[in-house]
Design a protein. Structure first.
Length: 384
């Protein structure tokens, strides 16, 4: 692996998550300015996690079979840029759905393939995965906080132009990724990906990831609203989100020591136990100290869990399935997990209290913990 590779992957993470730092908080405001209803905006919001659930696995399988990981990353990034540019010319709901659906589909394969490359670099003696991925977290919070004043000054359409600019930088960063010598998987593999995933140790691991991410549903969808209705000012809400991402960055930089000491599955187990505590805190209190503590636990519930899970995926799926393994993990966690968590949260929001939603999230995190323990026992039983 060329020495420049870690820098190019760090740059890809930076530009990719910078896009999300603008898109996730502000694109819905642009849609609202077009006169779309809440239901229509909700449908458009679900297109990204839906594509993340469906698209990455075929992309990963294709990368493993062809040995063309870099080319797929570049193609995905360039086509996503071209497609999103069309947003500037559409105004109707149907046309916007078509554009965003194609954009989400084309963008979805790239990140899991980059994850596979980052893990290979780390395994080969390069920087730890967390130290490359941390640039994405830093870019996300900088863009999320910095775009607000721009939108206030120039209007919601400015966010669309900014996303296009960042997608262009993301596509450029993909072109800088050096070519790799990747061995294509044999056409007649003795064990298909489907049969491999259905092994108990693999399925339990993936179910733990889905449950963990689903437990974040009330947090990602309604946490800011919950704080606002509890009397927090926008500046305080932004500060609390900053605390979460700041702790996430510290955790990612610390993960080499943590994983060396604990291992992947024990780290995941500890993370979801702390997630259960975090959501329970949100269920019983909105006091400032409680909210600061809950946000600080983002270091465990997202950063530590994610780095441990990506690392476990790398070893679990083996050399011949590295791209498809990260794709399956991404589809399960950030596709299926997000869809379940967000859908259930939205469906129950008007039928119950936020305290009950977070209590349910706490229970979901505990379920994830039981799955992690079961996955560890299954691995021990299989002699792995």
């Amino acid at each position: 692996m060329p020495r420049v590779a870690p820098l190019t992957l760090s740059l890809f993470y930076l530009t990719s998550f910078a896009v999300l730092g603008v898109y996730l908080p502000y694109f819905n405001l642009y849609l609202e300015s077009l006169g779309f209803s809440g239901l229509q905006i909700g449908i458009l919001t679900l297109l990204l996690p839906l594509a993340s659930a469906v698209v990455p696995t075929p992309g990963g399988v294709l990368a493993d079979r062809l040995g063309r990981r870099r080319e797929l990353i570049v193609g995905s990034s360039l086509l996503a840029l071209v497609t999103f540019y069309l947003v500037l010319g559409v105004r109707t709901f149907g046309a916007t759905v078509a554009v965003i659906a194609v954009f989400a589909t084309l963008r979805a394969p790239a990140l899991p393939l980059v994850e596979a490359s980052a893990m290979e670099i780390s395994e080969a003696g390069g920087p730890h995965y967390g130290r490359m991925r941390v640039w994405g977290s830093l870019a996300f919070i900088v863009m999320a906080l910095g775009t607000g004043p721009l939108v206030g000054l120039r209007g919601e359409r400015a966010a669309v132009y900014l996303v296009i600019l960042l997608l262009a930088l993301n596509a450029l960063s993909s072109l800088l990724i050096p070519r790799e010598k990747i061995v294509a998987m044999a056409p007649a593999a003795p064990s298909t990906l489907g049969r491999f995933v259905r092994q108990p140790r693999v399925m339990l691991f993936l179910l733990a990831c889905i449950a963990s991410q689903a437990s974040h549903g009330p947090y990602y969808v309604f946490y800011s609203i919950h704080l606002e209705t509890s009397g927090y000012r926008p500046q305080a809400i932004g500060l609390l989100w900053g605390v979460a991402v700041g702790c996430e960055i510290v955790a990612m930089l610390s993960m080499p020591r943590i994983l060396k000491r604990l291992g992947t599955l024990p780290t995941m187990g500890a993370s979801v136990l702390l997630a259960s505590v975090r959501w329970w805190i949100c269920a019983v209190s909105t006091a400032p100290f409680a909210m600061i503590l809950a946000q600080a636990l983002h270091a465990a519930t997202y950063a530590a869990f994610h780095v441990a899970a990506v690392t476990h995926t790398h070893h679990l799926f083996g050399r011949e399935r590295r791209s498809s393994g990260q794709a399956v993990y991404g589809s399960a966690t950030y596709g299926i997990g997000n869809i379940i968590g967000m859908f259930l949260s939205g469906m129950l929001y008007d039928r119950t209290t936020m305290a009950n939603l977070f209590a349910g999230a706490s229970a979901a995190a505990l379920v994830s913990g039981f799955m992690v323990v079961a996955a560890a026992r299954s691995e021990a039983a299989s002699g792995i």
